[in-house]
Design a protein around this ligand. Sequence first.
Ligand code: SER
Length: 341
Amino acid sequence: MREAVVLVTGANGEIGHGLVSRLAERGERVVGLDLSPAASPVAEQCHEWIQGSILDSSLLSRLVSQYEFRTIYHLAAMLSTRAEFTPGAAHAVNVEGTLNLLEMAAEQTEWSGRRLKFMFPSSIAVYGLPDLATKAEAGSIREKTWNLPTTMYGCNKAYCEHLGRYYANHYKQLGAAKGVSGVDFRAIRYPGLISAATVPSGGTSDYIPEMIHRVARHEPYECFVRPDTRIPFMAMPDAIRAIVALEEADEAALSWRSYNVTSFNPSAQEFLDELLTRWSDAQVEFQVDRKRQEIVDSWPADVNDDAAREDWGWEPLYDFTSALDDYLVPGIASEMGGGVA
Ligand code: SER
């Protein structure tokens, strides 16, 4: 018999850090798959750590022979800034890697007779607003609007949502219908995420997490977007709560498969102003990178998450102030060994 486990790809990434602990606390046996070696503290919380790539099909075949996956959290991805430098590689990781895992998941469903849950972090990058006037007018946008992404990453995530919908609702629709098939795909369109434990790399919403981590270390920071730049954000514990809550939701309650979630949406200046009340020596200058600015300007100023609230009871724990005072400021201090003044 194969062992029943939860697979987390990209387990050593920002979301993986919190998610693996949360799943381990819930008593799950987690198999972590990541390009990084097992040296990470996340690996210690896993039943097994596999250093490898989601593009390695022989590795995936070995996993299928060894484990029965109950759920897959597919976190591995190349983020939006990095993807613009190597769009072909981004497509391979973000799309072909996802397709490999969806295929593996559908095969597992056939074996087990139970539709495997496939949890997918999508992004506000699936939206594309054409200009700032439209962005201001659009305000808080719903899932089915403004779906014309301008980045490779956004296109990849949008297409993977379609793939997920296909595997969930229309998989092999011309085949002889017998038995349970396909994959129970569920996606969360995350806003920018801010973790006390890690700093992201390769994303375009990175200016907010980079700013607080630099300021907490009393280091100068050059913010690459204008002070008035506004997109939604969320504290990492809420991001973890959201994806776990969506996993636990009854499938019959889901009116669709890709949900907005959000917590707060300060401008870069408003975020800095809050930091200045906590670290009066904060040295932040605005040095706009025009191209990265254009990407952030194409993302919504806010998203409407009513569907998540109504369908599966989503509600963030942290608002802007409590995210800072109850999570980020103490959390970063403790990561630094209590060294934040
Ligand atoms: N944080 C992502 C990025 O900046 C967007 O979801 O690429």
